[in-house]
Ligand binder design. Structure first.
Ligand code: DQA
Length: 138
């Protein structure tokens, strides 16, 4: 059975409550429950942290064991050399996901420290982006 993990970064624990006009009104937990039912033929896990180092620790922990990592590092995408280096240093392929179209937003969101070492990047499709990322690993 394939092992895939979704790792969400800062403020994504507020999905559903936070800027719903950009990020939608569903909580990630509800969405994830449905994803698990739909993809019951894979081992799907979810981790969220608002702390940069915890995201790096999780990438190290799963990055030599799992078949795929779906990473929405949120604001750290645009700032974190450390997360970028972690993605570069692990073996498991990483698909970078963003709920919003980061290229239609402020200039500072157009930069990603993750993208150069990601298998691919999906953005602008709302929560469906996570499903597209899962499909890319199947
Ligand atoms: C985000 C886009 C980031 O620029 C932002 O900081 C987020 C969420 C997205 O999923 O659209 O927190 O990663």
């Amino acid at each position: 059975m394939k092992r895939i993990i979704i790792i969400n970064g800062p403020n994504l624990n507020l999905l559903g409550k936070r800027e719903p006009e950009i990020y939608g009104s569903n909580s990630f937990e509800d969405f994830f429950d449905k994803l698990k039912v739909k993809h019951n033929d894979i081992q799907l896990e979810y981790f969220q942290s608002n702390i940069e180092g915890e995201l790096i620790n999780k990438l190290h922990e799963v990055g030599f064991e799992y078949d795929g990592i779906i990473l929405n590092a949120a604001a750290y995408t645009h700032t974190s050399v450390g997360i970028g280096d972690a993605v570069k240093g692990i073996e498991t392929p990483v698909v970078e996901v963003h709920i919003s179209n980061i290229h239609a937003r402020e200039e500072f969101r157009h930069t990603s420290f993750i993208a150069p070492n990601a298998k691919g990047v999906i953005f602008g499709f709302g929560l469906q982006g996570y499903e597209l990322a899962i499909e890319s690993f199947l």
